[in-house]
Write a protein that binds this ligand. Structure first.
Ligand SMILES: [Zn+2]
Ligand SMILES: [Zn+2]
Length: 339
């Protein structure tokens, strides 16, 4: 019996037969990266392989790295295995990594969401024998409404605030969520302003051809009177910071899966919570795992204990693996989110 196709080490998920790591958190020779978020695409590796759609954000964040790219579904021979990327539906360019050796297939999901948001490449199920999955929102309480309904709520909130002569400031993490929200908005509803951290990522997205509505970056020189009733998109950490003072008595909201929890909503002291996540909800996780056909499931981050026990009860051969990945964050500093 040969070594398992993937093994879990203190550097990250390792493929010994291919001589590479997937989303390693310590420096390695050869890193295969699922997507550009900071907990998955870290600095310091000798070489990187990622999707061509993930590359712009990775170069923006990591600078001059040795980065090779592949298209979705393109097959690469690395050592004794075949590697390919498949859409994860999480952020533009995000991928699940499929690794095959002699008919045995393992898939590492990275972060994923099963619902199509109309912005990033929609998630696709990949058949496999073993599936490595996140479970950021792996509790039944997490059940997402369709995006169109949430966005309609957001428009109604924005409109009401504009009628009252107030700005609407929405906290959405700068890499992914902010662009998804922007892309879903009806930009004829009013002017849209952005925090610098959001605008930095917008520029990367626009440069790679992703459709975003016009936005105006807020600087100390911006004459806010020229944008009455504007919607302002900022990283979550900017809400409640001195940066907010310029908007006067603005209405505030967060766009996050965590807004499904009343306690978190209250603690964040936002006027509104919009439940919008780039991760799968409970039903999404279960449907995704079923669609892989996998018998073995490894859970990496999120509500791992509960979710792993649930999967075992459903008859899966499930186990928790320790990783350094993080779920959806409301607390990353703005600089980090900009990065
Ligand atoms: Zn992510
Ligand atoms: Zn993550």
């Amino acid at each position: 019996m040969s070594e398992p196709l993937l093994i879990f080490t203190d550097r990250g998920i390792c493929c010994p037969a291919g001589g590479f790591y997937i989303d390693p958190w310590r420096p390695v020779e050869r890193a295969v990266i699922t997507h550009g978020h900071a907990d998955h695409a870290r600095p310091g590796h000798s070489s990187y392989l990622a999707t061509e759609n993930a590359a712009p954000v990775m170069r923006h964040r990591l600078g001059d790295i040795r980065l090779e790219t592949a298209r979705y579904a393109e097959q690469r021979r690395i050592g004794d295995v075949t590697v390919s990327f498949h859409p994860a539906g999480h952020v533009p360019g995000s991928a699940q990594v499929r690794v095959e050796r002699a008919g045995e297939v393992w898939v590492v999901s990275g972060d994923y969401k099963t619902a199509d948001d109309g912005f990033c490449e929609p998630w696709e199920p990949v058949r496999c024998h073993a599936f490595v999955t996140e479970c950021t929102f792996g509790l039944p309480v997490f059940k997402w409404r369709p995006q169109a309904e949430v966005v309609a709520d957001l428009h109604a909130w924005w409109r009401a605030n504009a009628l009252d002569g107030r700005f609407s400031v929405i906290g959405a993490y700068a890499l992914g969520k902010a662009q998804r929200v922007l892309a879903a908005l009806n930009s004829s509803a009013g002017p849209i302003l952005t925090h610098g951290a959001v605008e930095a990522t917008n520029e990367v997205a626009r440069a790679q051809g992703l459709p975003l509505p016009p936005t105006v970056r807020v600087t100390p020189e911006t004459d806010l009177k020229a944008y009455p009733g504007a919607l302002v998109v900022a990283p979550p950490s900017a809400l409640g910071s001195p940066w907010m003072r310029r908007f006067g008595p603005a209405s505030t909201g967060f766009a996050s899966g965590w807004m499904a929890l009343r306690g978190i909503r209250r603690r964040r002291a936002a006027d509104r919570g919009f439940v919008l996540s780039d991760h799968a909800d409970w039903d999404g996780l279960n449907a995704a795992i079923a669609a892989t056909g996998a018998e073995r499931v490894f859970v990496t981050h999120g509500y791992t204990q509960i979710f792993c026990r649930w999967l075992s009860e459903q008859g899966y051969d499930a186990a928790i693996v320790e990783t350094e990945y993080e779920g959806e964050s409301l607390d990353a500093p703005a600089e980090e989110e900009a990065a």
